[in-house]
Design a protein around this ligand. Structure first.
Ligand code: NAG
Ligand code: NAG
Ligand code: NAG
Ligand code: NAG
Ligand code: NAG
Ligand code: NAG
Ligand code: NAG
Ligand code: NAG
Ligand code: NAG
Ligand code: NAG
Ligand code: NAG
Ligand code: NAG
Length: 424
């Protein structure tokens, strides 16, 4: 029993150590009830010019001695303000809308006259910079948590934030046990390219929260890769009264988006997809509106061949990152008119520097569809490889089988002769 108690005490102490590492601020409202809680770590890196015209970088953090005067809470807005050193301050403004809150701006002021930080600066002014943090859609009555490093850079100033736990608009004077995690803390896909952001390891177990709600933008949870996306079957008719399609496209789609150091993939769910577009003589278009992503495929008919020549993809990834990527100079799926293009194997095509398109079980025909069905398929090189391998494998297997049968026959025959039986 006492051992158990010691263990609990150990956990508790671990938790306390974790807290004391960061800057902890508790702001009370006019009724002296807790209305804003923050615990975070922040590093500043400020570049300034010295009197001998050199550019120097000062790195500093918030010291243990700081005040929170200037912090305040209102019904719809609140401010966290930390004052430290000789006239430096760091503050965050929050606003509440409906069921979520967000941080609207971070204001950082530094006093170049502080000789403990800045040595021989040309100017002795107090400089103020504003940045827009990515803290949004935090569910009301939850803490925003972000263990990952987030770096905000503006001109001469770089601010690094990590191990952040903030609850603006505390309800009934007690901090919530539930958290809304930042997208950087949520493992997105197993294929995520190793992000350089370092998640502090040792403290995670002592995290004071157990019930995790993810950010709302992730709600339409598409099946995460590597599960193969469902194959959608899409068609366009020449007009509303036609019974037969003039454009056919079957495929499963996945998109990969690069955002700085981060890379994220998302499968597109066929459920509820809106299909539109048109068939033309020289151009055809297929527009697919998925839950959070819209894709416009533009095909061209040129010199007796067709190809996908433009792709416009706009929307939001499951992490909530919005994007819009267009390439109008593509040459994909090129095939002779009167055929369809087929590629059963997974294909990875680079659309822009940021966007990759992955297709699965692809078959398209944007021109010359007869009787509403695909024309003869032209296979992609990757499929051909496979088709080439299979007959060779089957042939080799048959050859081995024939050898075995022949061998068995001769062995059997020899034995029978040895025992004196006649055999036919
Ligand atoms: C923060 O700054 C301190 C001192 O400048 C440095 O040792 C530390 O590595 C920095 N931490 C991060 C996460 O940048
Ligand atoms: C800036 O620092 C100088 C020197 O430490 C100090 O005299 C001055 O009051 C500070 N400015 C502000 C706005 O606090
Ligand atoms: C700040 O600079 C001005 C002129 O650049 C100078 O007159 C003043 O004395 C300086 N103040 C301090 C505190 O160094
Ligand atoms: C917080 O978690 C508790 C327990 O799971 C739950 O009852 C409550 O509704 C949650 N609150 C919010 C705001 O999600
Ligand atoms: C977390 O949620 C579970 C049920 O979902 C609840 O039993 C538990 O008390 C919650 N923990 C906290 C710390 O709110
Ligand atoms: C479709 O048929 C309706 C009724 O037969 C007709 O009024 C309409 O103009 C036709 N639409 C097209 C595009 O042919
Ligand atoms: C598609 O959505 C409908 C309702 O929106 C739902 O009933 C159905 O189960 C979904 N199907 C799949 C495969 O997700
Ligand atoms: C299609 O292109 C050909 C030659 O490129 C041109 O002569 C023709 O007018 C175009 N047709 C349409 C409908 O744009
Ligand atoms: C791509 O699509 C978006 C949204 O539909 C649109 O705003 C944008 O103009 C399109 N870009 C191009 C080059 O067509
Ligand atoms: C389009 O791509 C081709 C080759 O893929 C290239 O030669 C051409 O310069 C590109 N045109 C534009 C406008 O980017
Ligand atoms: C897709 O192709 C790009 C460029 O060829 C490559 O960098 C990337 O690793 C590929 N991604 C996958 C998942 O195969
Ligand atoms: C492709 O375009 C040519 C003219 O550019 C046209 O004659 C032909 O009918 C078009 N083919 C299809 C299938 O639309």
């Amino acid at each position: 029993m006492s051992r158990y108690a010691a263990f609990v005490l150990f956990l508790f102490l671990g938790f306390e150590i974790y807290l004391s590492q960061g800057i902890e601020v508790k702001v009370n409202d006019k009724d002296d009830k807790l209305c804003l809680y923050a615990n975070l770590m922040v590093n500043f890196s400020v570049e300034y010019e010295t009197k001998d015209n050199k550019n120097v970088t000062a790195e500093f953090t918030i010291p243990d001695a700081f005040t929170s005067s200037g912090s305040s809470c209102d019904t719809k807005t609140s401010t966290l303000k930390i004052n430290f050193g000789d006239g430096h301050s760091w503050s965050v403004n929050f606003s509440l809308s409906n069921k979520t809150y967000q941080a609207d701006s971070i204001t950082f002021s530094y006093n170049l006259s502080d000789s403990t930080i800045f040595h021989d600066p040309l100017s002795n002014d107090t400089v103020t910079v504003n940045t827009q943090p990515h803290i949004s859609d935090v569910v009301m009555d939850t803490c925003y948590s972000c263990k990952s490093k987030e770096i905000f850079t503006t001109d001469a100033v770089s601010q690094t934030l990590w191990n952040v736990l903030i609850q603006a608009f505390v309800v009934n004077g007690s901090k919530s046990e539930n958290i809304t995690s930042c997208s950087a803390d949520i493992p997105v896909t197993p294929t995520t390219v190793a992000p350089t952001t370092v998640t502090p390891t040792t403290h995670t177990t002592a995290a004071p929260v157990t019930n995790v709600t993810t950010l709302p933008p992730t709600t339409p949870t598409p099946t995460p890769p590597p599960a193969i996306p469902p194959t959608g079957r899409y068609s366009i008719k020449p007009d509303e009264n036609s019974t037969e399609a003039c454009l056919l496209a079957d495929f499963g789609l996945r998109i990969g988006l690069k955002q700085g150091e981060k890379y994220e993939e998302m499968n597109l769910d066929t459920n509820g997809t809106k299909v539109s577009g048109f068939c033309g003589v020289n151009n055809s278009e297929l527009v697919l509106e998925f839950a959070t992503v819209t894709m416009v495929f533009s095909f061209i008919n040129e010199s007796q061949r067709f190809r996908l020549h433009a792709l416009n993809v706009t929307g939001k990834m499951s992490s909530g990152v919005a994007f819009s990527e267009v390439n109008t100079n593509l040459s994909l799926w090129e095939t002779a008119l009167g055929s369809s293009y087929m590629c059963n194997k997974k294909q990875n095509d680079t659309i822009t520097n940021q966007l990759s398109l992955f297709t699965f079980d692809l078959r398209v025909q944007p021109f010359g569809v007869k009787k509403g069905v695909f024309s003869t398929a032209v296979d992609c090189p990757a499929d051909d490889e496979e088709n080439f391998i299979i007959p060779i494998a089957v042939g080799a297997a048959l050859f081995v089988l024939i050898l075995i049968v022949l061998l068995a026959y001769f062995i059997g025959r020899k034995r029978n002769m040895a025992t004196g039986y006649e055999s036919f």
